[in-house]
Design a protein around this ligand. Structure first.
Ligand code: HEM
Length: 277
């Protein structure tokens, strides 16, 4: 008797545990007859939403690690977040297999659906600290989603939690930063840049913090790379046409490509090592 013949088919199996039939029943093209490339377009978005779900899960863990002052656990969360973001960038590159004519063949069917309505993307931004009121309007017709964004707006962001953690660990963070109105956008703080500079320049006793900063930057860089890769893909697929969500498309995305979650970790690079070194 072969080994696999001895295996009993238990009630719980791969398909029932992972809900594979349900998952594979979720891809419904709207074009009639179905355009060949619409299946690809649906799957790439659904896969992205699944990865966003995992990233939000990891991000909540990261916040918890900062609250518990656990640098090593935070490093682990950031490592997975960065790897997933790397995959997200590669996924966007897959769209280079879609020509503008192929996309135009089914684009009208998905109007007015738009990435603006991705609640998980916006929750990612809000959780990390980019909280632009403008984007809440895209959930006017979905009040439960609007409520989620509004409730996150009043909580500390990942960056605020990180700074509170630094403060508890002996690095003095200005009171006005620790007690700031977290519902407003972050403003670059020169004082904070100087604190981070001191930590970078005294690595002997601070090396685990340096590693943490670098890991945070790894993630921030990958997120920024996703923004610019998505923006270039848009130029390639629809040129300068407007987005289905009503924005100017490429130019709008170009403005957002500048966004960073941890601006002082970028700014400090100009400050360290002296002007000519
Ligand atoms: C052919 C493929 C795609 C095109 C042409 C495209 C185009 C656009 C455009 C023009 C916008 C600006 C908003 C608007 O006016 O609609 C946008 C936003 C967005 N797209 Fe895409 N997109 C594509 C694929 C994707 C994929 C695969 C994802 C995966 C998650 C995605 C996620 C988003 C998100 C989250 C936004 C909001 C960005 C922000 O607010 O900064 N898009 N997209």
């Amino acid at each position: 008797m072969k080994e696999y013949e001895k295996l009993e088919l238990k009630e719980l199996n791969y398909n029932s545990y992972l809900k594979v039939p349900e998952l594979l029943d979720l891809q419904k093209e709207l074009s009639t007859p179905p355009h060949h490339d619409e299946m690809f377009f649906i799957i790439i978005h659904q896969a992205a939403e699944l990865w966003f779900k995992l990233m939000l899960h990891e991000t909540n863990g990261l916040i918890h690690d900062f609250q518990k002052n656990s640098v090593s656990r935070a490093l682990k969360k950031l490592k997975r977040l960065t790897r997933v973001m790397d995959l997200m960038v590669k996924q966007i590159n897959l769209l280079n297999t879609l020509t503008p004519v192929e996309f135009a063949g089914f684009r009208d069917h998905l109007r007015p659906a738009s990435g603006f309505q991705s609640i998980q993307f916006r929750v990612m931004e809000f959780t990390f600290g980019i909280r632009e009121e403008f984007f809440i309007r895209f959930f006017e017709k979905e009040p439960e989603k609007k409520k989620i964004l509004e409730s996150i707006k009043d909580k500390k962001s990942v960056y605020d939690e990180f700074l509170a953690c630094l403060n508890r660990n002996g690095f003095s963070i200005p009171k006005e930063i620790l007690e700031r109105d977290v519902s407003t956008s972050w403003k670059l703080s020169d004082e904070l840049v100087q604190t981070i500079k001191t930590i970078y320049e005294n690595p002997k006793e601070n090396y685990h913090w340096v590693l943490l900063f670098e890991s945070m930057l790894d993630f921030d860089e990958k997120f920024a790379l996703w923004r610019s890769t998505h923006m270039l893909m848009v130029a390639r697929t629809i040129g300068m046409k407007m987005g289905t969500g009503g924005s100017s498309g490429y130019n709008f995305l170009a403005g957002r490509a500048e966004h960073r979650f941890f601006p002082e970790l970028w700014a400090v690079r100009t400050e360290v090592g002296g002007e000519y070194s």
